[in-house]
Design a protein around this ligand. Structure first.
Ligand SMILES: Nc1nc2c(ncn2[C@@H]2O[C@H](COP(=O)(O)OP(=O)(O)OP(=O)(O)O)[C@@H](O)[C@H]2O)c(=O)[nH]1
Ligand SMILES: [Mg+2]
Length: 200
């Protein structure tokens, strides 16, 4: 399950992960549980096509939790290895969003107990201190198990994530380094710290 505020790179990161798992010979399915915007569903559909993986989607405005439920159900019936659920980054208000995320998480567990096995919080590396506030919000309503920092291909170095990872005790797993499907890397602490202190 992939969470984060709007525009941080959730959908793009999902596409990258889908591609990565597919190349590792895993069977992948995507769930378009960001039903808040029609464009979000289309965007995920395009990426699913590009990565060559199936997708479960309903029309805009439909219940995101039911999309998630159906996706996990599809995965179970079709022997899928990896389910990746896209979620909305914004709703009419923050409380709605957080309640919705809890609900999405809960319904998945009805089909596969203990799922989702990972809740990945996406943070935009160029955000600065506001990323702390985001981490606080999301960790209070869902159990975030890992972080991904996007947009590290620009001038941003994403140093804020060190404090976030430390304070919330959540490991950083991936970094995003571009808009393309291959532009994802496993987080490498030493390389990250080297970059932080390197001269441009
Ligand atoms: N340069 C760069 N751009 C990125 C990266 N990841 C995502 N983007 C861009 O950031 C923009 C937003 O990405 P999305 O994946 O749509 O973000 P989102 O979190 O799904 O946004 P919402 O669906 O609106 O909540 C897009 O233009 C992406 O191409 C990255 O690692 N580097
Ligand atoms: Mg999105």
């Amino acid at each position: 399950m992939v969470v984060g505020v709007n525009g941080v790179g959730k959908t793009t990161t999902i596409a990258k992960l889908a591609n990565k798992f597919k190349l590792a010979d895993k069977k992948v399915v995507l769930g378009a549980a960001d039903t808040f915007r029609a464009a979000a569903i289309n965007q995920l559909n395009v990426w699913a096509d590009r990565a060559g993986v199936p997708i479960v989607s309903h029309e805009m405005g439909s219940d995101p939790a039911s999309v998630a439920y159906e996706t996990v159900d599809y995965a179970k019936k079709n022997d899928i290895d990896v389910v990746i659920i896209d979620t909305a980054g914004r709703l009419h208000n923050k409380t709605n969003l957080m309640n919705e995320l809890s609900k999405i998480k809960r319904v998945m567990g009805k089909i596969i107990p203990d799922s989702p096995h990972e809740v990945l919080l996406i943070l935009d590396g160029s955000t600065g201190q506001n990323a702390f506030e985001q981490a606080k919000q999301f960790t209070s309503s869902t159990e975030v198990s890992a972080l991904a920092i996007t947009k590290l291909d620009g001038t941003a170095k994403g140093g804020v994530v060190i404090g976030i990872s430390d304070q919330f005790k959540i490991p950083v797993k991936y970094i995003g380094v571009g808009e393309g499907i291959d532009d994802i890397q496993l987080f490498d602490r030493e390389a990250f710290v080297e970059t932080l202190f390197s001269k441009l």
